[in-house]
Write a protein that binds this ligand. Structure first.
Ligand code: AMP
Ligand code: MG
Length: 506
């Protein structure tokens, strides 16, 4: 359990100890060349803010008192009134490739980092810094022509999905709280503005490094790499191979993250290089989607007309993005080392994906011959339009005498052929049906954030009723548990779910 380091709270004179616990190592580290990396910003607070949700679980993990977080002064702070913040908020600059095309400078157009919270692990004594960022608190020098705001709709989606991913065991940014307001924002129609407090180990992206490479500022890229190393990999400080270690780490962590996405049926939707974290955490939730029926060609982002970021393309896009990152590190790392690092992507991805898929099937280990078992199953699911999550959850209860999962298939004879292979494979291991089931139930979630669930929560919230957001938060944070009061969210999506269209508009 992480505990907020009380030492950093020694100045606690106000009712906002939170702000006294914040540091800004980023700002300090780039003191003399700060404006290359970030801009100090001012916020534009929301009017008549109310809390939609406070993430008590994250408060606990960060050692924060939910009573303090839910206070009036905290609400003002989270709605963008930064008068009690004793640090200068900053927005980071980055560039990136969007849909495969160099987009030039982007940057935090509607996000500002308030500071970093130092959290101490009481068991190991280790401390970790968490970026505390507000999204939607107004324009920054990187807003270009946009308004610096985030609508309630997209903020609810990010709030719930980041916690859902964490609940599924996938490294992700987190979300501490969500605030609604009466500030109008203009998208296709007038909507209300919200702020999301995002908590992350790092907000540094592939595009942060690309920015300096394309500007021919290798010293700035080097300083940024040194900052990442000193903050996250302090053991490597001063080592000759520190930059090589960094790219290798990013390659491995990204391969693992994308293998987890594929295994759980998650589609990110906008895998631009500015949306890829240097630590391999899932970041920037926009038009994401979880698979309902298993469809490798699934495109969750309505604006992605060519399907560049379709479900099945994610593993190769991950490598494409890592290539872009590697290119931007050429001034720091010899090209042979970059190539070696990139070569670890595919084997890492395949190893993790195969392990995850075999665990989903209740296999104790992956064997070479299991590739056919997995591929045949996925092909069958695609042909029969079988719901991905429901299938694996029902498979947890499968045995020779309990084959209810068969009913999910139209072509049941074809399923029977596959089941014979599966039974043969299960007989090769010692575990009993109940032992296998217990492990599978901790691997195959009962709940994922389907679009229609987010939509139901959004529609209620737009009427001022935030109960569904909080119900979904509760079940998604522990998606392998039963939560009988939410059983209605564990079945097939309703017919109207197909009409939901999600685009980049947020
Ligand atoms: P995204 O597609 O959400 O990752 O955003 C791409 C870029 O557009 C980033 O630089 C964002 O900060 C910026 N951006 C998106 N929406 C807004 C907005 N409403 N106001 C200012 N900048 C925005
Ligand atoms: Mg982004």
């Amino acid at each position: 359990m992480w505990q907020w380091n009380k030492l950093t709270n020694s100045m606690n004179g106000t009712n906002l100890p939170f702000t006294n616990g914040l540091k800004n190592t980023f700002l300090e580290s780039f003191n003399d060349q700060g404006d290359l990396h970030f801009a100090v910003v001012a916020s534009q607070p929301l009017t008549k803010p109310v809390f939609v949700s406070i993430n008590n679980l994250l408060c606990e993990e960060l050692g924060l008192d939910p009573g303090v977080i839910s206070s009036e002064s905290m609400l003002s702070l989270m709605a963008g009134d930064l008068s009690e913040l004793n640090l200068q908020p900053i927005s980071l600059v980055y560039s990136g490739h969007q849909f495969g095309v160099w987009a030039g400078q982007l940057g935090d157009g509607r996000a500002m980092t308030l500071g970093e919270l130092e959290v101490k692990n009481t068991n190991s004594g280790e401390t970790q810094l968490w970026d505390i960022q507000l999204k939607g608190a107004g324009t920054t020098p990187y807003s270009r022509f946009a308004d610096g705001r985030a609508v309630l709709r997209s903020s609810i989606r990010e709030y719930l999905c980041s916690e859902a991913m964490h609940g599924l065991g996938i490294a992700s940014t987190r979300a501490l709280c969500l605030v609604d307001s009466k500030t109008p924002v203009y998208r296709e129609e007038v909507e209300s503005a919200a702020t999301l407090c995002r908590v992350a180990r790092s907000h540094i992206r592939f595009g942060s490094f690309e920015h300096f490479h394309y500007r021919n500022q290798p010293d700035a890229a080097k300083n940024l790499a040194d900052y990442v190393i000193s903050r996250h990999f302090s053991d490597w400080v001063g080592e000759d191979d520190r930059y090589g270690n960094l790219i290798t780490h990013t390659v491995t962590a990204t391969a693992k993250m994308i293998a987890q996405w594929q295994a759980v049926g998650f589609s990110h939707g906008v895998m631009n290089t500015d949306n890829m974290s240097i630590l391999g955490d899932t970041i920037d939730y926009g038009p994401f989607g979880f698979l309902d029926v298993y469809d490798p060609d699934f495109i969750c982002n309505h604006s992605d007309t060519n399907g560049r970021y379709s479900f099945k393309n994610q593993p190769s896009v991950g490598l494409w993005n890592l290539n872009a990152l590697a290119t931007s590190l050429m001034s720091l790392i010899p090209s042979e080392l970059l190539v070696d690092a990139l070569k670890t992507y595919e084997p890492t991805f395949l190893r993790v994906y195969r392990e995850l898929m075999s665990t989903k099937l209740g296999l104790e280990e992956y064997r070479h011959s299991d590739e056919t078992l997995i591929n045949n199953l996925l092909a069958l699911m695609a042909e029969n339009q079988v719901d991905y999550t429901l299938f694996f959850r029902q498979l947890c209860y499968f045995s020779e005498d309990q084959r209810e999962v068969r009913n999910l298939f139209i072509d049941r004879e074809a399923f029977d052929v596959w089941v014979e292979l599966y039974l043969q494979r299960l007989r090769q291991q010692d575990s009993s049906d109940s032992e296998r089931s217990a492990i599978m139930l901790q691997t195959n979630p009962k709940y994922i954030l389907r679009n229609y669930m987010a939509q139901a929560a959004i529609e209620k919230a737009q009427q001022g009723d935030y109960s569904e957001v909080n119900l979904l938060l509760e079940i998604l944070q522990s998606p392998f548990e039963e939560h009988p009061h939410a059983n209605h969210y564990a079945g097939l999506p309703p017919d109207w779910a197909e009409t939901i269209s999600v685009s980049c508009s947020s």
